[in-house]
Design a protein around this ligand. Structure first.
Ligand SMILES: Cc1cc2nc3c(=O)[nH]c(=O)nc-3n(C[C@H](O)[C@H](O)[C@H](O)COP(=O)(O)O)c2cc1C
Length: 203
């Protein structure tokens, strides 16, 4: 089969999922910083808000196994988000730390997306993924690991950076911009993600 000329290839897309109930807080600032680097490399981005929504946890009905239609049987907006995850070349999952872990909304998405993708032929296989965590003081690496469990069991390529992908910010929601190391880390993460996506898309 003839290879598509680089100019003719469909633009790549990365989606960011914000697990914070605050759409303009620290986590969203971090995700948007990664996006800036991706966009500079011609990669499309879309931010999806999950925190603060009524997304439900997995009901363990196992309909995704029996139906094999790449859908979850719970109708609460999950399937629309899941479809975007499946179509994207890459995804960044972001969460603030809540009691040393991720938010319940992001956990609900991870449980259901992980199950539906894995029971329908590993739909996330060979996508690029990264985790981003904002926190005030402690529990960041544990929360970071919570997201990475999804990436690693779904045959995804996980992108890291110069430190674990953490940014420090507090209650006002926006202080993370003062965490120079954290923000530099986000820029580097975006560049590395673009680098990997281009390598994967080159063949
Ligand atoms: C319910 C709740 C629990 C929190 N637990 C922690 C925690 O365990 N460790 C921590 O460092 N920060 C904790 N925080 C602070 C947030 O993680 C932190 O301010 C984060 O940057 C907020 O991100 P956002 O602006 O995107 O919502 C907590 C905040 C809330 C509301």
């Amino acid at each position: 089969m003839a290879r598509a000329h680089p100019e003719q290839r469909k633009p790549m897309k990365v989606i960011g999922i914000n697990g914070s109930p605050r759409p303009t807080g620290n986590t969203s600032i971090m995700l948007k910083t990664v996006f800036e680097m991706l966009e500079q490399e011609g990669i499309e981005t879309e931010l999806i808000q999950v925190g603060g929504t009524d997304i439900k946890g997995c009901r363990a009905c196992y309909a995704c196994i029996s139906n094999k239609n790449s859908k979850c049987s719970t109708k609460d907006g999950f399937n629309e988000i899941f479809e975007k995850m499946v179509k994207a070349n890459g995804m960044i999952l972001g969460s603030p730390v809540y009691f040393a872990d991720i938010t319940p909304e992001l956990k609900a998405l991870i449980d259901r997306a992980g199950f539906v993708s894995r029971t329908n032929g590993q739909l996330f296989r060979h996508k690029v993924g990264a985790s981003v965590i904002s926190l005030r003081r402690g529990g960041g690496v544990h929360a970071y690991d919570s997201i990475n469990h999804l990436l690693q069991i779904c045959q995804m390529f996980m992108v890291g950076s110069t430190y674990w992908n953490l940014g420090f910010g507090g209650r006002d929601g926006g202080e993370v911009v003062n965490d120079t190391e954290g923000m530099d880390n986000m820029c580097d993460l975006g560049k590395s993600m673009a680098f990997l996506l281009k390598k994967l898309n080159a063949s």
